[in-house]
Design a protein around this ligand. Structure first.
Ligand SMILES: [Mg+2]
Length: 211
């Protein structure tokens, strides 16, 4: 935590980027449009939503992965910000340390840091790969007071529940087109779409431990 520049003497908010602070699918869709491809919001999936215009079979997964890597290398700074996210984090940062925990290819680190700074979210940034439970648990163990974890992906939320059940967990999905399709487990991880209500729930969990 100290190496990250985190004080460690306050509660901790661990927050994801893609589909939480940024509209990843929208940014990726714009990038793909520049490559002559289209993103269809047909299901809560990534490569299976990428099509050549006019075709009804998605492109193969390997090609999708090439574009995914290229997006993170070349276009990760063009992603739209999730409405209200920077303002909510700014207010929460008066009572808690903020750590941004993103799963992204390593080459995205510098661009992602610039994107966060540009949008007023110049908080300590960790690039992770794989499920987030172990690193979230390690971070929370070094914080004073309560911790909260915010992500759009159920596997990450499940992983945090497994490795550090004391961390308050919230699921949020930033893109309104994805919200109806995103799997949820509201009995385990409260689902709150939209930063206004989410900020209030996070703040309350840091004060009371309630979820
Ligand atoms: Mg995400």
């Amino acid at each position: 935590m100290k190496a990250l520049g985190v004080r460690g003497d306050r509660p901790l908010v661990i927050v994801d980027v893609d589909e939480v602070l940024g509209l990843f699918m929208e940014g990726f869709a714009r990038y793909l449009a520049g490559q002559g491809l289209e993103m269809r919001f047909d299901r809560f999936a990534l490569f299976q939503n990428i099509y050549r215009p006019g075709e009804d079979r998605h492109i193969d997964i390997e090609t999708g992965q090439v574009h995914f890597q290229a997006f993170f290398r070349d276009a990760v700074e063009d992603m739209p910000v999730a409405q209200g996210g920077p303002e909510a984090l700014a207010r929460l940062s008066s009572q808690a340390d903020i750590v941004i925990l993103t799963n992204a290819p390593g080459q995205a680190l510098a661009g992602r840091a610039r994107w966060l700074k540009k949008h007023g979210m110049d908080y300590p940034l960790l690039v992770n790969s794989g499920l987030k439970g172990p690193v979230a648990a390690a971070l929370a163990a070094q914080a004073s007071g309560r911790a909260a974890f915010i992500d759009d992906m159920i596997p990450n939320l499940d992983s945090v529940a497994e490795h550090a059940p004391e961390i308050a967990r919230f699921q949020t999905v930033a893109d309104v087109r994805l919200r109806p399709m995103a799997p949820s487990r509201p009995d385990l991880h409260p689902r709150i779409d939209g930063w206004e209500a989410l900020e209030a729930a996070i703040a309350q969990s840091l004060e009371t431990g309630g979820r």
